[in-house]
Design a protein around this ligand. Structure first.
Ligand code: NAX
Length: 327
């Protein structure tokens, strides 16, 4: 049988952690034949809650769960990790300015990026879920690059929830199942400036854009609804998205490790594609094969799309500028 894969999960005592860990342990992320060891990181005051989660993991008697522990020490949590899912982050408190939020998270992700680079496997795959996800991934990557050792291409931010939201909403609009859809894309930041793009999407081979054939709906309904979906969930549930966020994290890592047939949106460090400066963590349509990903090249960017991409890029560059002094 296969050697266990070590998966570190931060923010393990939180609500996304609770929706995520059981699915990883059941084999939904890495395959039904792949044993896993879960390495949980959370703050000191959350250790007791982590022990409760571990008790429940034990009580599931998952055949694939080869081990689990919790710690408040990043160096212990990331030791020999093959995959790091960085869910824990500093939430925006009441009256907190954007700059304060960025610097509070900068303090977390500089430490965690360095610790990953020093302790994890050299080919570790890192997915940042905690917001602001793109910039937290940017910080972790830059911090890791000072250490060297790990692959700078493997520091990602999560845009998959936005991608999945777009799939579901486009499917409902055309009255066909999600499974009929291919080639959805979301560009840029995981924030309301993201640009959700179905221009290249198909449903059973038919153009989704032609089936919808309504530019006003795209601009006035589809884009803002996907962009504000997180806020709509908070309004309805009184809590932010958790099960769908955990599902998106599972999808991102599963597709990265096991490969894709379709396009998937990943927040990856730009290699200069589509004029996005190198190193900015930007949502691009990607394909995955043999454990690595590739940004889909050669897509036509019309004037409308260019304007949307420029706007979300500007926001990411401003966030990068705001954390420059920490890196
Ligand atoms: P919770 O507040 O339920 O849980 C967060 C957990 O992280 C807590 O247990 C906390 O103790 C822990 N934590 C805080 N700082 C830590 C640190 N330095 N090291 C380790 N653990 C730490 O939040 P939850 O609902 O689980 O959301 C987690 C993060 O995901 C938030 O930042 C949230 O904004 C973000 N989201 C990102 C999404 C995305 O699409 N990229 C969507 C969902 C979600 O909003």
């Amino acid at each position: 049988s296969k050697a266990p894969v070590r998966v570190a999960v931060t923010g393990a005592a939180g609500q996304i952690g609770y929706a995520l860990l059981f699915r990883i342990a059941s084999g939904e992320m890495l395959g039904k034949d792949q044993p896993v060891i879960l390495q949980l990181l959370d703050l000191p005051q959350a250790q007791k809650a982590c022990q409760g989660v571990i008790m429940e993991l034990d009580d599931c008697a998952f055949p694939l769960l080869a081990g689990v522990f919790a710690t408040d020490n990043p160096d212990v949590a990331f030791k020999d990790a093959d995959i790091c899912m960085l869910v824990g982050a500093r939430p925006r408190g009441p009256g907190m300015e954007r700059a304060e939020l960025l610097s509070a998270n900068g303090a977390i992700f500089t430490v965690q990026g360095k610790s990953i680079a020093e302790n994890a496997k050299e080919d570790v795959k890192v997915l940042v879920v905690g917001n602001p996800a793109n910039t937290n991934a940017y910080i972790a990557r830059k911090s890791a690059m000072k250490v060297g050792r790990t692959n700078p291409a493997n520091y990602h931010g999560m845009l998959r929830l936005d991608h999945n939201r777009a799939l579901s909403m486009a499917a409902a609009k055309i009255g066909r199942p999600v499974s009929s859809l291919r080639k959805m894309a979301v560009w840029g930041n995981h924030s309301p400036t993201m640009y959700t793009d179905y221009r290249n999407a198909t449903s059973n081979g038919d153009s989704v854009k032609a089936l919808i054939n309504d530019a006003a709906w795209n601009n006035d309904v589809f884009l803002p609804t996907v962009a504000k979906r997180g806020a709509a969930i908070i309004e309805a549930r009184g809590l932010s998205s958790a099960a769908s966020a955990a599902n998106a994290a599972i999808c991102h890592v599963r597709d990265w490790v096991l490969g894709t047939e379709d396009w998937v949106t990943m927040g990856v460090p730009s290699d200069g594609s589509y004029g996005v400066p190198e190193g900015i963590i930007f949502g691009f349509p990607c394909e995955c094969k043999n454990g690595s990903y590739k940004i889909i090249q050669g897509l036509e960017i019309d004037a409308y799309s260019q304007e949307k991409i420029a706007k979300t890029l500007k926001e990411l560059q401003e966030e990068a500028d705001a954390v420059k002094s920490m890196l």
